[in-house]
Design a protein around this ligand. Sequence first.
Ligand code: FES
Length: 247
Amino acid sequence: MPGVYRLAFTAPEIARTVQPGQFVHLRVGSTHDPLLRRPFGVHDVDRECGTVSILFQVVGRGTAILAEVRPGGVLDVLGPLGRGFTLPAPALPVALVAGGLGIAPLAFLLRRLAAAGIKGSLFQGARTAGLLLGAEETVPGFKRRLATDDGTAGHRGSVVDLFTASLVAGYRYAYVYAAGPYPMLRALATRMREYRLEGEVSLEERMACGLGACLCCSTGVQSDSGTGYARVCADGPVFPVREVAWS
Ligand code: FES
């Protein structure tokens, strides 16, 4: 895909322990400019080879520098960090809802769920067919449903509309996992509340330390006892949908 890169690096310890939904924090250059590390959800691991993959889109100077990394290059990587997705008991039908590059962390989760014998549906949306990453990949036990804004593949419209249509048609899911742009996740959370569905979302937020110390990644959360703030890097990036105080 234009402007989107898949980067695999050797990090056996991370590959051995990382869970779907967790992230790595990368220093993108060998100097202190740019100063801040960048967080990337883990897209895939190969435990035998000890490799970890991320997917990223070039959106600024940091990711542009990262796109220039060549085989044999050395990266400074912290991880695995954060709280990942909860795996349900096997055999429950689950739904995964991915918008845009939200497919990056969900693809890792999808493979883990399938390996555990869990079945369900993957709803994947993008602006246009050429941006539906991995759409041709088949995963045992999972049906892939596609949506594009321009109708060039699958349902014409949003992935949340496609997911809602399946609920209207009578499909039910024991658990929903989602990742993608914030407005999409907020719309999905509304539908899930209407249909009393439980699940988790992976939130994206600008980060600095990535370790829970600086509080720059705070997001609103809610519980029976009221509202407050949580750190996306340390308390998330995965949160139960009902705990997010959507803005
Ligand atoms: Fe510092 Fe999350 S990035 S607390």
